[in-house]
Design a protein around this ligand. Structure first.
Ligand code: AMP
Length: 568
C-alpha cells in the first residue's frame, strides 16, 4: 500500500457529487488504500482483484463505483454482489443503501437474498424494481434456476470475500453464476487470501484485471510497547475510560475513524472530567494549532484525532497512543503508533478491536512484525489500586516540603480537639479520596475477576459443519456439548449460526475436550466433526483466535511513581 494513496482525497477519484456527499455525511476523511486503488479502475469499467480483509473499507471500494455505473431510470437488476454469508449480504446491502442515499430521484433499490428467508418473499420483491441484488451464491443460483432472477441487464458483478465462499463450498455456484452472466460485464473480486481455486476463477472469468493489494514497507515501532484489547462496540467508551484510569502518561493521543467520532468522543471525555479536545480534518489550521498548543502547554492531556489531522503532529511527551478505532490500513497503524516513544522516551500503544476485526488486527501485526500483547479491560480493583497509589505518592512527595503554616494548622487542630495524628491523616486522605469505597467488594467465589461482565475467560471458537440449512436449533448444539462433554451448558458462549456452518464460542481450556467429545456425534441428523475455527495459516480470511486472558508478565512493573490522569 503506498503512502501516496494516503494523500489522495475522495474528490480525486472521479466520483459523482452525490456519492461524495454520502461519503462526507458518513464522516470519511480520506479513501482507504483499497478504495484509492480500486475505485479509479472500477469507474473506468475495468475488472479488478482486490486483496483486502474485512475492515479495510472494501465495501465502499466496490459499492461506490457500482452505484455510479447504475442507470436508475431502468427497473431491472444491473449489479450482483455475491457474499459468503447472509450476515455479510445484509451488511453490504445496508452499506450500499447508505452510500447511495443521494443518488437518483427515487433512490437505489437494493435487495439482499439469502437462504433462511422464505424464497417467495424474495421472488415477490424481485418482481418489482430492484437495481442491485446482494446474495449468497446458493440462493442466487436458486433464483436463476427458478427464473425469478434475470441476469440479462447485469453488467457489474462483485465476488466479496471470495476465499470465504471457497471455504463454505460455494465456488461451484459462483462459477455457475458467472457462466450464465452476460459476456459484456465487469467483475470485481475481493479476497483476503488468494488460494489457487480463486486464482483459477480470476484467470478464467476476469479480463486483464487491475491488481490492488498491500505492499510491505519498513516499520519502525519496535521500541513501542503494544497491547490490544478485545471489546464490543458498546463497551468502547467504558474500556477507554478504564485504560485512561490505569495508564499513567502526561499526554495521550486517541485515534478514531471519523471527524464526527473525534468531536463526540472528546466531548464525552470532557464530560467525564478528563481534559480532552479533538483534532480533525474539518477544523481549520488555526483551530488545530490551538489544540496542539493546549496539549504542549499541558492544559489538556488527551487529544482525540483523525489520521488526517494528526499527520505531522510532533509532541515529545505523548506517552500513549490509543487506537479507539483500528486503522483500516496497517501502514496507518505504524504512523499512529510512531507518535509516541519520541525523543528516546518510552512509548506505549493500546488498540481496541472488535471481534469482527480479528483479521484486520492480525494483518496489522503481520505488517508491523510485532505481536500486540493481549490485555484485558482493567477491572474496578485495578482502577482503585491505581488511584490509591497515586494519592499515596502525592502525599509522600508533599510531606517532604510541607509549608510551615500547614504544620501550624495541624498543631492548632490537635490542641483544640485532642485528635491524634493518625486520625487527622486518615481524615485528610478521606477528603482527597472523596466518595466511594477504597477497594472493590470481594467477588463471590468462582465468579472470576472484578470485571467479570467483560468476560475474562479465554475463549476460542469451534466450528461445526452444520447450520441453518440443516434446521438445527442453537439449543440442540448446547445440549449436545453439555451431554457429550459432561460440562455445564453455560460454558458455551456466543453461537453464530450461518447457512452451512456454525461457530461456537467455548472456553479455550475446554475446547479440546469439547471437540473430542463431539467428534462423530449426530446433531440435527448429521454426524459432525468439529474443529477449532480459524486455524493458523488456513486459506480463509479467518485467523487463529486470540485468547483474551489476563495480561502477560512481559510488561514488568512500572518504574517510578505513576503520575496519573487527574480528572478536572
Ligand atoms: P468494510 O471493510 O467495508 O467492512 O469497512 C469497515 C468500516 O470502515 C466500516 O464501518 C466503514 O464505514 C468504515 N470505512 C470505510 N471507508 C472508510 C473511510 N474512507 N474512512 C473511514 N472509515 C471508513
Amino acid at each position: 500500500m503506498s503512502t501516496e494513496s494516503d494523500e489522495l482525497r475522495f474528490t480525486d477519484l472521479g466520483l459523482a457529487p452525490e456519492l461524495l456527499k454520502a461519503v462526507q455525511d458518513l464522516g470519511y476523511e480520506t479513501p482507504t488504500p483499497i478504495q484509492a486503488g480500486a475505485i479509479p479502475p472500477l469507474l473506468e469499467g475495468r475488472d479488478m482483484i482486490g486483496q483486502a480483509q474485512t475492515g479495510t473499507g472494501k465495501t465502499a471500494a466496490f459499492a461506490l463505483p457500482l452505484l455510479q455505473r447504475l442507470d436508475l431510470e431502468r427497473r431491472d437488476v444491473q449489479a450482483v454482489v455475491l457474499t459468503p454469508t447472509r450476515e455479510l449480504a445484509m451488511q453490504v446491502a445496508t452499506a450500499v443503501r447508505s452510500y447511495g442515499k443521494h443518488v437518483g430521484k427515487h433512490g437505489v433499490r437494493v435487495l439482499p437474498v439469502y437462504g433462511g428467508q422464505p424464497i417467495h418473499i424474495q421472488r415477490k420483491a424481485l418482481q418489482g424494481t430492484v437495481h442491485v441484488v446482494i446474495g449468497t451464491p446458493g440462493r442466487v443460483t436458486d433464483h436463476l434456476k427458478r427464473g425469478t432472477l434475470d441476469l440479462a441487464g447485469v453488467h457489474f458483478f462483485c465476488l466479496d470475500e471470495a476465499d470465504e465462499m471457497l471455504n463454505m463450498g460455494f465456488l461451484e455456484d459462483v462459477e455457475w453464476i458467472l457462466d450464465h452472466a452476460p459476456k459484456e460485464r465487469q467483475i470485481a473480486l475481493f479476497s483476503a487470501t488468494m488460494p489457487s481455486p480463486i486464482r483459477r476463477i480470476a484467470t478464467k472469468h476476469l479480463n486483464d484485471p487491475a491488481d490492488v493489494k498491500f505492499e510491505q514497507k519498513t516499520k519502525t515501532v519496535q521500541s513501542i510497547e503494544q497491547a490490544s484489547i478485545r471489546v464490543s462496540r458498546h463497551n468502547k467508551n467504558e474500556a477507554l475510560e478504564r485504560i485512561l484510569g490505569v495508564e499513567d502518561h502526561e499526554a495521550v493521543l486517541i485515534f478514531v475513524g471519523t471527524q464526527r467520532m473525534a468531536a463526540e468522543l472528546a466531548e464525552h471525555l470532557s464530560s467525564r472530567g478528563f481534559g480532552a479536545d479533538c483534532m480533525h480534518g474539518g477544523m481549520n489550521q488555526a483551530q488545530r494549532d490551538h489544540v496542539v498548543k493546549r496539549l504542549r502547554g499541558r492544559q489538556i492531556q488527551l487529544v482525540v484525532a483523525t489520521d488526517v489531522a494528526a499527520r505531522g503532529l510532533d509532541i515529545d511527551h505523548i506517552g500513549l497512543v490509543v487506537n479507539y478505532d483500528l486503522p483500516r490500513d496497517p501502514e496507518v497503524y505504524v504512523h499512529r503508533v510512531g507518535r509516541t516513544g519520541r525523543a528516546g522516551r518510552a512509548g506505549r500503544a493500546v488498540s481496541l478491536w472488535q471481534p469482527r476485526e480479528q483479521g484486520l488486527l492480525r494483518s496489522i501485526e503481520r505488517f508491523s512484525g510485532q505481536r500486540m500483547e493481549d490485555m484485558r479491560i482493567p477491572g474496578v480493583e485495578e482502577l482503585l489500586a491505581r488511584r490509591r497509589m497515586r494519592i499515596r505518592d502525592q502525599l509522600i512527595s508533599l510531606a517532604g516540603e510541607i509549608p510551615a503554616d500547614f504544620v501550624a494548622w495541624v498543631k492548632e487542630i490537635t490542641e483544640e480537639t485532642d485528635l491524634e495524628g493518625d486520625a487527622l491523616t486518615a481524615a485528610a486522605l478521606k477528603l482527597a479520596w472523596g466518595e466511594g469505597p477504597l477497594s472493590a467488594p470481594a467477588e463471590p467465589k468462582g465468579k472470576g475477576q472484578a470485571n467479570d461482565h467483560y468476560d475474562p475467560v479465554d475463549r476460542v471458537e469451534i466450528v461445526l459443519p452444520i447450520g441453518a440449512q440443516d434446521r438445527v436449533r442453537p439449543g440442540a448444539i448446547v445440549g449436545a456439548i453439555a451431554g457429550e462433554s459432561g460440562l455445564p451448558g453455560k460454558v458455551v458462549g456466543k453461537i453464530n449460526m450461518r447457512e452451512r456452518v456454525t461457530f461456537v464460542e467455548v472456553p479455550a481450556a475446554q475446547a479440546e475436550r469439547i471437540i473430542k467429545a463431539l467428534t462423530g456425534v449426530r446433531i440435527g441428523g448429521r454426524v459432525v466433526k468439529p474443529r477449532l475455527a480459524h486455524p493458523e495459516g488456513a486459506g480463509g480470511g479467518y485467523s487463529k483466535p486470540r485468547q483474551h486472558g489476563p495480561r502477560g508478565s512481559s510488561r514488568g512493573p512500572k518504574k517510578g511513581p505513576p503520575r496519573g490522569f487527574r480528572r478536572r
